[in-house]
Design a protein around this ligand. Structure first.
Ligand code: PSU
Ligand code: MN
Length: 304
């Protein structure tokens, strides 16, 4: 094993050894992103979707201080049931969680780190962190952007929620040299909706195109990942006015309550979900499944 702290599930280890496609999945979306039991149901459905499309899922988490690439259904149930009691683990948390033998739910950042350690190149999720609105005062910029700048994993998401400043997020990614690709679109999708008004760097229309570009990046030894933004399917997208109303309301509450640091994103996500009822949860589930399907196809194309 290349890393003393890393454990691959037998299924993931076999697939990687045989050069078969593997897709990484994060666990903060399970413990902090959705309520129980829908979080566990969704995590298992996402894994099944990846299998149905010919790839092996590797749900990533920290369990008892071990970095796991490939969780069992029991481990997924444990993370989902404990919910926000599990530490939301970003890059700065890894050394302490490992040393203390604790559990951690991996964000986009730590999922990329552990995927890269394991040799997994493609990762599917819902939304990434970014530059928060008002970051010029709060300095709240997600570690996800720094990780995209240095760790060689392709992240397939549905864009970012407009709890963030999407324009500043794109500027930051440009500075850091991260390619932002729209899958079948020229426009950055905004998670619940297909439109943000901001353009992406490049549009690509097939998994093979995505795989070629990422291969080229790796072959040139250019550090960092690639961000693929895949719009929510039309049938599940939400009306922009409803979602924007909820987001504005949630941002105002966060400001009044003085929410900051790592609590900020989970607070905003939970409030947006409550303010929009079950609709946003249903949309969230569908966009993750949509990203899982694309990721399985890209992982297969990466193996060819
Ligand atoms: N955005 C979402 N859903 C999520 C997250 C972000 O729409 O579940 C989670 C991801 O795990 C992401 C993390 O990596 O929040 C970012 O947190 P922060 O903004 O504190 O870096
Ligand atoms: Mn933050």
């Amino acid at each position: 094993m290349l890393n003393h702290y890393l454990s691959l599930s037998p299924e993931v280890a076999d697939a990687l050894r045989d050069g078969r496609p593997v897709v990484a999945l994060e666990s903060t979306i399970i413990s902090h992103g959705m309520p129980y039991p829908q979080n566990v149901e969704t995590a298992l459905r996402v894994e099944q979707t990846i299998r149905d499309h010919g790839a092996v899922p590797a749900t990533i988490a920290i369990i008892g201080g071990r970095l796991k690439a490939g969780c069992t259904p029991e481990e997924i149930e444990h993370l989902g049931k404990k919910g926000a009691e599990v530490t939301k683990a970003s890059r700065r948390d890894l050394p302490v969680l490992v040393a203390r033998g604790m559990d951690g739910a991996t964000t986009v950042t730590t999922t990329m780190i552990i995927a890269a350690m394991a040799g997994i190149r493609v990762f599917a999720t819902g939304g990434i962190g970014g530059v928060h609105r008002g970051a010029q005062h709060s300095f709240d910029i997600s570690a996800d952007l720094e990780e995209l700048a240095k760790t060689p994993v392709m992240v397939i998401c549905a864009g970012a929620k407009s709890i963030l400043d999407l324009g500043l997020t794109l500027e930051y990614l440009e500075t850091k040299g991260v390619p932002v690709i729209g899958y079948g679109t020229d426009e950055l999708p905004a998670f619940y909706t297909r439109h943000s008004g901001f353009g992406v760097d490049y549009r690509m229309d097939t998994p093979e195109e995505l795989a070629h570009a990422f291969h080229a990046k790796l072959a040139m030894g250019l550090q960092g990942g690639m961000l693929v933004t895949n719009p929510i399917p039309e049938a599940y997208s939400m009306p922009a006015d409803i979602i924007n109303f909820a987001i504005d309301h949630a941002l105002q509450e966060a400001e009044e309550k003085g929410v900051h640091g790592k609590e900020c994103t989970p607070f905003l996500l939970a409030r947006v979900k409550d303010l929009t009822g079950g609709d946003s949860l249903a949309a969230n589930i569908e966009l993750v499944l949509n990203n899982a399907r694309l990721a399985a196809r890209v992982a297969a194309a990466m193996c060819d």
